[in-house]
Design a protein around this ligand. Structure first.
Ligand SMILES: [Zn+2]
Length: 166
């Protein structure tokens, strides 16, 4: 339903007259050496990462599966483009996250709601999919899930409403 044009204009080299000073330098894919372009998040994910504006994506994507999120404030890349290790990170993220509901700390639905909160993202109706998450999100999922698991390690009693932390 999203109307994203297939043809992405090459290298938006604009004169330096707008606010975006943060990424004057071209963003380069560390894996294939091609340039990365700023693209709307809908190009990459169908999921409603609504608060995120854009992603820096390798021009060879999807052949080269490298990308990184852009900061909301200035569209500067949050980090280098990632693909190697990203799949492993997603597995890790899924592993730790699944323990949250498999161990009974949360119900599965509550776990996904928690996940949305942890990521600071508003989900529409669908669940967030770790399998589509960027490196950045995986880090958050892993970190936050581990923190919850740690918190509940010693506590046998499960309290609800304690998570006004994230
Ligand atoms: Zn690349």
């Amino acid at each position: 339903m999203t109307e994203v044009s297939k043809s992405i204009p090459p290298t938006p080299k604009r004169p330096h007259k707008n606010k975006s000073k943060a990424h004057q330098k071209p963003v380069i894919c560390p894996y294939c050496g091609a340039q990365a372009l700023l693209r709307p998040v809908g190009d990459l994910f169908e999921e409603p990462y609504r608060r995120l504006n854009n992603f820096w994506v390798c021009v060879k994507h999807p052949e080269c599966d490298a990308y990184t999120a852009a900061h909301l404030k200035d569209d500067s890349p949050m980090g280098p483009l990632a693909n190697a290790g990203l799949r492993f990170k997603r597995m890790q993220a899924h592993y730790y996250f699944d323990q949250l509901w498999r161990s009974g700390i949360f119900s599965r639905n509550a776990a996904y709601r928690w996940l949305g909160d942890a990521l600071g993202v508003k989900w529409k109706d669908k669940q967030p999919h770790i399998s589509q998450m960027s490196d950045v999100f995986c880090d958050i999922v892993i970190r936050e899930s581990q923190a919850v698991l740690q918190n509940h390690k010693g506590k046998v009693e499960m309290q609800r409403g304690v998570d006004d932390d994230g």
